[in-house]
Design a protein around this ligand. Structure first.
Ligand code: SAM
Length: 302
């Protein structure tokens, strides 16, 4: 018994060794090519010290396509410009970390001091209409958070009069699928204040052996449209003017030129008096926006 155990342990460790020995290695020169490709298409600048992370993430694509080397994979992306695989490449390289009510202090400031001006902005033309864009929404926690905050800000008796739409977009199609489902593990919905959780989410029926999940209710979902939009694309498929745009925790992946290009586009896409929200470590250097607190910027009225 003991010998068969040690035999299987030995073969298991040989197997691990064999796998590691066979795993393709990403050369620095190929790493640079992949970085350049990602930059050209989606504008992200991958740092020098990220070779191992890129290697780990792209190895899965090599395995899926039955390719032996990263150089072959680069050919698929670059020379064959395989659109489906390019999307897989973006999915593999983007970081979709997010959470409900992320950057609490910024959102508290929005809720206490800017919600009324925002609602006033929505009523300017004699109608009650708000347009919001969560422009790198990842798995959806950000637009759902904003939609819950807007629901709370509008008096219940007035909600039916309001026309509210939140465009929520991202480059990562896997994240967008989860966002559209709107179903989250119990642990991640803990970030939602309990009274809002009770109103706006429903516990899913328990499935034996699976973790507890909650789904966002239709009253919130109906305000949100999820779309695939590349922030680095030459043009956006958008005809709306917004009252608020969120572009949080994605600027850090863009260089200064790309950031400036996006700031100018957001400026044009905002109504006068509209707000732009960036992440906690994201600042605009040159801008015609008015600075509010907590990395919130306002487009001035003429
Ligand atoms: C770290 S998440 C931030 C999510 C959310 N905004 C937040 O603050 O919690 C960054 C997101 O930016 C997206 N992203 C990166 N490059 C993009 C691009 N060129 N166009 C659209 N989305 C992009 C990624 O797919 C990812 O979901």
């Amino acid at each position: 018994m003991a010998s068969s155990n040690s035999h299987s342990q030995a073969s298991r460790s040989n197997y691990t060794l064999d796998r590691a020995a066979q795993a393709p290695l990403l050369k620095k020169s190929s790493f640079n090519l992949f970085r350049e490709l990602a930059y050209q298409h989606i504008g992200i600048s991958i740092k020098d010290n990220r070779l191992e992370r890129v290697q780990t993430r792209l190895r899965k694509r090599l395995l899926a396509l039955n390719l032996k080397t990263f150089e072959e994979y680069y050919q698929v992306l670059n020379e064959r410009a395989d659109a489906v695989e390019l999307q897989e490449f973006f999915n593999a390289l983007t970081i979709t970390k997010t959470e409900f009510f992320r950057e609490t202090r910024q959102l508290e400031h929005l809720s206490k001091n800017l919600m009324q001006p925002l609602l006033d902005l929505g009523q300017k033309q004699g109608e009650k209409k708000l347009r919001v864009w969560s422009s790198a929404c990842a798995t959806g926690e950000e637009p759902y958070t904003i939609a819950m905050m807007l629901q709370e800000a509008i008096a219940p008796a007035e909600r039916y009069q309001w026309d509210v739409k939140v465009l929520a977009s991202d480059i990562n199609t896997i994240a967008l699928e989860q966002a559209t489902r709107g179903s989250y593990p119990a642990e991640s919905v803990q970030k939602i204040p309990p009274h809002l959780r009770r109103i706006y989410l429903t516990k899913d029926p328990k499935i034996e052996g699976e973790e507890e999940t909650y789904t966002v209710n239709e009253v919130i979902k109906q305000w949100i449209a999820f779309r695939h939009i590349n922030l680095n694309a030459p043009r956006y498929p958008i005809r709306t003017q917004f009252d608020m745009i969120l572009c949080r925790n994605v600027f850090i992946y863009f260089n200064e030129d790309t950031q400036q290009k996006l700031i100018n586009r957001f400026y044009d896409l905002l109504n006068e008096g509209g707000y732009l929200l960036l992440g906690h470590s994201e600042f605009i250097q040159k801008t015609t926006f008015v600075r509010e607190s907590f990395n919130i910027y306002r487009k001035p009225s003429k």
